[in-house]
Write a protein that binds this ligand. Sequence first.
Ligand code: SAM
Length: 300
Amino acid sequence: MNYRHAYHAGNFADVLKHSVLFALIQALQAKGTPFALIDTHAGSGCYALDGEEAGKTGEYRDGIERLLFPDLRRNGEAVQHALPPLLRHWLDAILALPGNEHGLKLYPGSPLQAARAMRATDSAQLCELHPDEAALLRELFRQDPRVHVHQRNGYEALKALLPPKEKRGLVLIDPPYEAQDAEYRLIESALKAALQRWPTGIYAVWYPIKQRSQVQPFLRWLQHCGARRVLRAELLVRPDDSPLRLNGSGMAILNAPWQFDQVLREPLQAMARLLSHERAAEWRLDWLAQDEDTSASRPP
Ligand code: SAM
């Protein structure tokens, strides 16, 4: 377990992951009844962008910072600043974090972004296996009775945590992919068991894209995983042809909310425009599996 998210906080992959998370929470809050969030790989919850780790890689500069300052000149031309409302509201929420009053200093991870968006009646179960990260997470939410921190394997915890008593909500699966193929197999078997225990839950799985062929078996598995519908949202900042670097990433959303593709379309277009390294930035948004309701909601 060498992975530390502090080196990557706020990078282009986080921008995709967390803006989709924000949109999912908004969709869940369209109903007044409480929901549960289960974050299987929570990290430490909050990251200092002027800290040693983030400073070493500077990855946030090609991520969140590009959305905040899109008028900077890139590729010799000024980039238009017209963010869709979803991204504007997501950025506003990050800038409203205590500590960011004078600019972006702190980048909240998935647990903190979710907790700040949650209502008093919503709840979160956070799993983090690394003892140091789990200790930071526990400290962060010490005074928040809605949030429960578990220092344990997130895949195994799902068995105990599902279905949540609220009977509605979201599982975020965001592992480090230190051993790529093995991680996909762990996700598949965790999802299979989770869907049996809680077939109606929403499951959002983040995945890296280096070389396209590495992710294809998982995408094929998703087509037949048994969820009623599966939406895939991908953002590539470079061509997906090198196994050595992160060229893009995706979110697979099982049991995605109704018409969720329409919620993500404009934000994905904007992210591709602002985060691309080369002119040929690419995004994909399509249903890997869908029921009749979803097909009816698709534009002609
Ligand atoms: N979800 C976080 C966010 O968006 O802010 C980032 C999570 S980071 C990509 C992955 C985290 O999973 C690391 O902090 C790592 O220590 C932790 N981890 C690795 N294997 C785990 C496991 N089996 N169960 C729970 N946590 C694990």
